[in-house]
Design a protein around this ligand. Structure first.
Ligand code: ADP
Ligand code: MG
Length: 212
């Protein structure tokens, strides 16, 4: 843990209460490095090993940007696998658990398309999905991103390893240019730097070195 406390951040009181109800008092090192920039609205590229609390870093960041009166998609998290998308969705819901009427939806393949389209029609604030199914919803106009404020690429290194670069590029082509783009990765390699250059604007780069 770092020495920084969540109560020292300029968070909405309800969000802070949610976070503290999970037993999170202090920020993990990657959260301490990235969250202040994320809350300022900067694009951030963040690298830290698995298990370091990256989900809450972008989860708190995107939750603090939502206008819950508007049932439009305002934040989208792109993940490499269905399992990871489910985990991210669960963590975002946990971080928002006492917030009334917040809709977080997973959009992954392997399950029928129709119910997902119906959920989208009912109004959703946050979508978490895998590149292929997101592409499908965007192509069929069941998912619209004109109100998107925050785009997160989670486990970006794994998505590149899995050959998702083209699909991600296509998904992002539907997003507004004026948005915040957050890129999270367990490793910091040349291909990661390249996609950062492609999709981010003047990103702040933060990295937590693993000590052996
Ligand atoms: P990563 O994405 O970096 O692999 P996760 O986001 O999955 O890591 O977080 C790992 C674990 O740490 C989760 O169980 C999460 O609930 C917990 N966690 C995250 N932030 C905090 C915090 N500030 N204090 C305590 N536990 C935390
Ligand atoms: Mg993660």
């Amino acid at each position: 843990m770092s020495t920084a406390k969540f109560s020292s951040l300029a968070l909405k009181p309800a969000l802070l209460e949610n976070i503290e109800s999970l037993g999170y008092t202090h920020l993990t090192p990657i959260q301490a490095e990235s969250l202040p920039h994320i809350l300022e609205g900067r694009d951030v590229i963040a690298q830290a090993k698995t298990g370091s609390g990256k989900t809450a870093a972008f989860g708190i960041g995107l939750l603090s940007k939502l206008d819950l009166n508007s049932f439009r998609v305002q934040a989208m998290v792109v993940c490499p696998t269905r399992e990871l998308a489910d985990q991210v969705c669960k963590e975002i819901r946990r971080l928002a658990r006492f917030t009334q009427n917040i809709k977080v939806l997973t959009l992954c393949g392997g399950v029928p398309f129709g119910p997902q389209r119906a959920s989208l029609e009912h109004g959703v604030h946050v979508v978490v999905g895998t590149p292929g199914r997101l592409q499908e919803h965007l192509g069929k106009r069941s998912l619209r991103l004109s109100n998107l404020k925050v785009l997160v690429l989670d486990e970006a290194d794994r998505m590149l390893d899995m050959g998702f670069e083209e699909a991600i590029t296509d998904v992002i082509s539907y997003a507004p240019t004026h948005r915040q783009t957050l890129l999270f990765s367990a490793t910091y390699t040349d291909p990661i730097r390249e996609i950062s250059q492609k999709f981010q604007f003047k990103p702040v780069s933060v990295s937590i070195e693993t000590s052996h």
